[in-house]
Each structure stands twice: as C-alpha cells, then as structure tokens.
Design a protein around this ligand. Structure first.
Ligand SMILES: Cc1cc2nc3c(=O)[nH]c(=O)nc-3n(C[C@H](O)[C@H](O)[C@H](O)COP(=O)(O)OP(=O)(O)OC[C@H]3O[C@@H](n4cnc5c(N)ncnc54)[C@H](O)[C@@H]3O)c2cc1C
Ligand code: FES
Ligand code: FES
Length: 492
C-alpha cells in the first residue's frame, strides 16, 4: 500500500500525500503551482481552455492524450507525466513548432483560448496516424472553442505544424518512458485527509475488496460525468475510488462472445475496434463529446451513469451487448437493456461494479445503423439517438430486429412494438410504414430544452425512413450523411 501519489509535472517529480480526492488538476495547477497558462473557461469540459497533455506508459508504448484539466482529479495523474503550455518552449526560448505556426499564421487572437488550442494541437501531432486534413483537424479541435471565430488561421497553423519535424518531447520519448516505468510499483494507493479518502486499487480484486469495505465509495473512471458533479454541483464525495488505471479493467479484446471492453477502457481506446465491427458505432463515438472527453471518458462509465441520453447504451443495446458486473467474488452477466430499471435507477447493488461490456459481432446479413440527432454535429448532447440492427435472410425477409433509442424515455430502451412490426416481413415500403406506425406506440417522450416531444416522435419515425433510404439498392440511395463529415454511405 502506498500513501501518496506520484507523477511528473513537466520534469519535476511530484509526490503528494493527503490530496483532496476531488481537487481538480486545473485548480492544482493554477492555485498551488502558479501555472496560470492553463485557463479556466467553462469548468465543465466544454470549452477546452484548460487542455493539458498527459503522457502515460501503456504496456511498453508511450501514449500522449489531451484532456480537460477542469474535470480531471489530481489523483488520476498517478503514474503519468503532465505537460502544460509552460512546458512547450525550450529553455533557450525556441518556440514549439505548434506555437511558431500559431505566430506565423496569426492563429492567436486572444490569450484565453490559445493555450488550450495549442495543447490540443501538440496532442494531435502525437496521435498515431494523424493526418493534416481538414476533417481530421476539425475532429481534433472540436473540443476547443474560439469565441472570436478565428478557426481558419488555427487550422492553417495546425497544417504547418504537422509538417514540422519531431519536437523536443519526441526526442526525449525513451527517457520519459523509462521514467514512467520506474513509477510502476504495483501498489494500491490509499490516502486519508480532512477532505476525504481516496483509493487507487491496483487490480480488480483490490477494487472489489475496497467496495466490500465501503459500499458507498464513489467509483470514478474518466470523471467526465463525476467531474461536473464537483465543479458545477459542488458535491462532496467522502471516498473516491479511481479505477482508470486498474490493469485488469483495461482489457480490450476479441473473445468468442464478441468485443470485450473493460471498465477502464476509454472511448478513444475503444473507438477503432468498435468502428471495425460496427462502423456506425464508430461514428457515434466520433461525435461523443470531444477528443478530450473521449480521451478520459469510458464506455462503461457512460453505461454505469445511467443517463437517458447517453450515446453508448442505445448503440450497444441494439448490438446485443452483455454487461458484466462483480461484487466481492460474485459475478453476473445480463443483457445491457436489463441494467436500466427506471430514471436514475440501475440494477447494481451497493458495492457492485461494472467489470466490462461485451459487444457481439453482428450475425451475417445484419444491417446496423446508429443515428445521433443533436443541434450541432460536434460536441453536443443528443436530443435522441436511434440504433437499429436488422438481420435479413437471403430473400430480404427480416429474421430479427433489435432497435434501441436514447432520449425517448426515462432510460435507454428498446422499441419492442417496432421490432415486432418488422420481424418476419420483407424490408420494403409497406413494412417501413408499419414500423413507422408502431414506433408511435413505443414511446411517449418528454419535451425539454433539447427537443419537444413532437420533434422526438417525428424524428424517431423519420430515422426509420432514413434507414430504409440507406438500404435502398446501390444507385438509388440518396445522400443521408452530412457532406464531408458523415461516413461513407456504401455499406449494406
Ligand atoms: C463536455 C462533455 C461532453 C459530453 N458529451 C457526451 C456525449 O456527446 N454523449 C454522451 O453520451 N456523453 C457525453 N458526456 C458524458 C460523459 O463523457 C460520458 O457519460 C462518459 O462515458 C462517462 O464516463 P466516465 O468514465 O468519465 O465516467 P465517470 O464520470 O468516471 O463516472 C460516471 C458514473 O459511472 C459510475 N461508474 C464509472 N465506472 C463504473 C464502474 N466500472 N462500475 C460502476 N460504476 C461506475 C460512477 O460512479 C459515476 O456514477 C459528455 C461529458 C462532457 C464533460
Ligand atoms: S475550462 Fe472549459 S473545458 Fe475546462
Ligand atoms: S482566439 Fe481566443 S476567442 Fe478566438
């Protein structure tokens, strides 16, 4: 057991004991380290002004991720190296290639959002496979808001910076990896202080034991939900258990049952594997939050949180996902839809935690689509999200249908009447109309600031029409995705 956390801030080793469990990285940087280059804008993960870069050792690879310092807790840095905008300039004053490009191309109008943009741009340069194309840059910077609409010069600066050679961090990558490897001691961290207790279990056995001892302890994975409870809800959490680094919850593997995504796997980590199996699931992940949110937020945290408008659950329910839970040594597995009982209530007992979710590969002949409907394309919460899995036989008859919606009820749930209207029928215009009629009986959505009940009902039925249009024979398919941003339509 260790009684302090250890990480690097730039090149300085920080060993902190008695850290308040919910002290944010942003407050620690600005108020305790005097690193005021990292700005506070929204304090809820939306604007990107607080973006910092975190380097971690994943296996033997050094991985760099941009995250929002305002909704990350300091204890989550254990074992990592944190870089802020102050770390970019070399000791001799030479600017980082991203900073130089921002100067050269007039990418900075104000000092408020610029540090966050710069950190996201540095992270983008370090993303394996990143290309200097408009769409990829838009995706990378969707979590950074410029309030004066200066995006065009910023994108130009990003392109210039991508053409520059390695930076001084790349040159020291091996040394950084060695230093992070030396921090790995395989010990659980436990700290008690006047503002509460924090635990960082080393493995899921230690997590199970911690929760058995204190079933009321609050699990935190990526903190992209819990962070806001603290910064906006001012909630006090007496015992926080950080699971983001629990090694045996970080597995992402293909098993005989499907793609198993461990509870500590982030959206950024799961995205490629999900997209490979279900391209539209990948599209939904691409539009979930921003790069910074996906770098921290987990697939299972989205489930555990139980929000009726979480984007992951309807997609995974339509795909037939199974949820794995553990309490002490007892494990159980259930269909994902069974986990959501009522608004704010899930089938999880005190002291129980989500271990993983398994997403089965779609059977041959399955048509899988997922549509997120929100006011903006980037970084917006869904008004509703519909996910559809139709399994067709060789004659075009619907053998099975699994349809799930978010935003249409108090929980993510299946459209049972619509599924029934589809099963056993040939997928044609008459079946579409029957399904459109059925969906009106499946849901009685509410009106809120995101959408009216009328809008939700109308769009839900129209998504069936979109599904039908996208599955028309090649050549008769209308364009249904936002030009230049949506995925290629040709996939049945
Ligand atoms: C700016 C911003 C934009 C966002 N955009 C979207 C969006 O577009 N779509 C969307 O769906 N969500 C969005 N979110 C919400 C959030 O990112 C997701 O819900 C995310 O997946 C939560 O995962 P997490 O790991 O951060 O969860 P945390 O915040 O760590 O935890 C969330 C909840 O789950 C519980 N929990 C976590 N892991 C476990 C576990 N293994 N077992 C039991 N309980 C657990 C926690 O105790 C807590 O109650 C956004 C958030 C922000 C800040
Ligand atoms: S301050 Fe706006 S994202 Fe952190
Ligand atoms: S550069 Fe800061 S608001 Fe645009």
């Amino acid at each position: 057991m260790r009684d302090h956390i250890r990480f690097y801030l730039g090149d300085t080793l920080c060993e902190l004991a008695a850290v308040p469990p919910t002290l944010t990285v942003l407050d620690w940087l600005r108020e305790r380290q005097g690193r005021t280059g990292t700005k506070e804008g929204c304090n809820e993960g939306d604007c990107g002004a607080c973006t910092v870069l975190v380097a971690r050792l994943e296996g033997a690879s050094l991985v760099w991720r941009a995250v929002n310092a305002c909704i990350q807790f300091v204890a989550m840095l254990d074992g990592a190296q944190l870089f802020t905008v102050e770390d970019l300039r070399a000791p001799d004053g030479t600017l980082h290639p991203v900073q130089q490009a921002m100067v050269d191309l007039h990418g900075s109008q104000c000092g408020f959002c610029t540090p966050g943009f710069v950190m996201s741009m540095v992270a983008f340069r370090k993303t394996p496979g990143a290309v200097a194309e408009d769409g990829a840059i838009d995706d990378a910077l969707a979590g950074n808001l410029c309030r004066c609409t200066g995006y065009a010069p910023i994108v130009r600066a990003m392109k210039q910076a991508m053409a520059a050679g390695p930076d001084r961090f790349d040159e020291r990558a091996a040394a950084i990896a060695d230093r992070l490897a030396a921090l790995r001691d395989g010990r659980t961290v436990r700290m008690d202080g006047p503002e509460g207790r924090l635990t960082i279990p080393v493995d899921s056995d230690a997590l199970a034991a911690t929760l058995a001892e204190d079933p009321e302890a609050r699990i935190v994975a990526g903190a992209t939900d819990v962070g806001l409870w603290v910064t906006k809800g001012l909630r006090v959490l007496p015992h926080v258990v950080f699971i983001g680094r629990v090694a045996d919850l970080r597995g992402l593997e293909r098993t005989a049952e499907g793609l198993r995504i461990g509870a500590a796997v982030t959206y950024a980590e799961a995205r490629a594997a999900l997209a490979d199996m279900l391209p539209d699931a990948g599209e939904v992940v691409r539009r979930l939050g921003s790069t910074q949110v996906r770098n921290a937020g987990t697939v299972c945290g989205n489930i555990a949180n139980g929000s009726p408008i979480g984007d992951g659950p309807p997609v995974l329910i339509a795909a037939g996902a199974m949820l794995h839970l553990r309490r002490g040594d007892a494990r159980r597995t259930m269909r994902l839809e069974a986990y959501f009982l009522a608004y704010g209530r899930q089938d999880r007992q005190a002291g129980e935690f989500v271990e993983a979710v398994t997403v089965p590969a779609p059977p041959d002949g399955t048509l899988f689509r997922a549509y997120k409907i929100s006011k903006r394309f980037d970084q917006d919460i869904s008004a509703l999200l519909g996910a559809f899995a139709l399994t067709l036989d060789a004659a075009g008859r619907i053998h099975d249908a699994r349809i799930a919606f978010g935003g249409m009820a108090a929980i993510p749930c299946r459209a049972r009447a619509t599924e029934e209207a589809l099963r056993g029928h040939v997928w044609n215009e008459a079946t579409l109309q029957a399904a459109r009629a059925a969906i009106a009986t499946d849901f009685a959505p509410i009106s809120d600031m995101r959408a009216s009940d009328w809008y939700r009902r109308t769009v839900a039925a129209n998504l069936l029409t979109r599904l039908f249009a996208e599955t028309a024979p090649a050549g008769a398919r209308p364009e249904t995705r936002l030009a230049g941003r949506g995925r290629e339509a040709a996939h049945v």
